[in-house]
Design a protein around this ligand. Structure first.
Ligand SMILES: C[S@@+](CC[C@H](N)C(=O)[O-])C[C@H]1O[C@@H](n2cnc3c(N)ncnc32)[C@H](O)[C@@H]1O
Length: 330
């Protein structure tokens, strides 16, 4: 099934496809047969991951990012995923999770997303194969209000490794630049913060509570009509912390392509599997756009910024550029 044409506001940047693009982008997508004929890096594979995972080489990936269907009723491009008992959901996870683990290198890492309802199942199954290092709580802000329950606006991202004594984690790549509200001075000098014309800022270590990332929305270039698209900024943090340039990243539930797009923007290799062709086409278009534009909203010049700080960020980047130009001219 394909999506119906929607009327969109002038400033709406949601990724759309022309008929011509469908044809040309379609040629960039692999299927189960072409995968069988030979695996290569940087593939978007339009297939059922359960049927094609055996054709992907073992111990090939430094990082896997998994955003599976949660244990809730959801329609993906016409295909319904139905809520089930926790025991059945755990069996569903086991049906592919062990195999995905085999694809990760012995010193590799994994992130897997879930919501309050399926997170316990995910933790249980992940622990059967890997060592859980942490649980990131992402306050995604947006959520549907409920009359007889709390609004659901949090998600978990489990961080696990194959070997807790041997894995890559680079905290310096994911530092956050935050505004300082109560600047502390020692002998008149800023203590661990920077005084600028635009305000006072501090570089901080990222914690396992993330409140700086919004879900993609219609005015963002990365936005698609995928019902559960993850933000590029979120995946950029995972990828920068847990992989190096040139590393390989696997996403067996690629959706609109976020993991592949961010991997490409950050000079990593990717492999994404997605059962819905329409989503693969969106992923292919986003990958093509990434040839021209490698920016990731909320991340600039090696620094992650707080939510709603686009103006500060752009100023900071402009000043840094000017500084670099001045230095070159000297
Ligand atoms: C939660 S979404 C992933 C969204 C993705 N992280 C993004 O940023 O767009 C899960 C995706 O898995 C796909 N999917 C479900 N079962 C699948 C299967 N057996 N093989 C491949 N893809 C599948 C769905 O079509 C859906 O797009």
């Amino acid at each position: 099934m394909t999506t119906t044409k929607k009327n969109r506001a002038g400033r709406n940047r949601t990724v759309t496809l022309t008929e011509q693009e469908r044809e040309t982008l379609g040629r960039l997508i692999s299927d189960a047969d072409s995968l069988k004929a030979g695996f290569r890096d940087d593939m978007v594979i339009n297939a059922d991951m359960m049927e094609c995972i055996d054709d992907i080489p073992d111990a090939h990936f430094d990082l896997a990012i998994i955003d599976p269907p949660y244990n809730t009723d959801k329609v993906f491009n016409g295909t319904r995923f139905g809520a089930m008992s926790s025991a059945d959901y755990e069996d569903y996870l086991r049906g592919w999770f062990y195999k995905v683990c085999d694809k990760i290198k012995p010193d590799g890492s994994l992130y897997i997303c879930g919501d309050w309802k399926c997170t316990a199942s995910i933790q249980r199954v992940v622990e059967e194969k890997m060592t859980v290092m942490n649980r990131i709580s992402w306050q995604r802000e947006k959520g549907r209000g409920a009359k007889r329950n709390w609004k659901n606006s949090m998600e978990d991202i489990w961080f696990a490794v194959k070997n807790p004594n041997d894995y890559h984690f680079d905290v310096s790549a994911v530092m956050m630049r935050r505004r300082v509200n109560a600047p502390y001075r020692v002998e008149g000098m800023p203590k661990d913060w920077e005084e600028t014309d635009d305000g006072n800022f501090r570089m901080t270590h990222p914690s396992n509570f993330w409140d700086d990332i919004s879900v993609p929305f219609w005015s963002m270039h990365e936005n698609t009509d995928h019902p559960t698209q993850k933000p590029e900024k979120l995946y950029a943090k995972l990828i920068l912390a847990s992989s190096m340039p040139g590393d390989r990243i696997l996403d067996p539930f690629l959706g609109s392509g976020t993991a592949a797009v961010v991997a490409k923007k950050l000079d990593r290799h990717f492999c994404g599997i997605e059962i819905e062709r329409e989503y693969c086409l969106w992923a292919a278009k986003r990958l093509m756009n990434a040839d021209e534009d490698k920016t990731i909203q909320g991340y600039a010049d090696g620094v992650f910024w707080e939510r709603n700080s686009l103006r500060d960020m752009n100023k900071f980047v402009r000043k840094k550029k000017q500084g670099r130009k001045r230095k070159q001219a000297e």
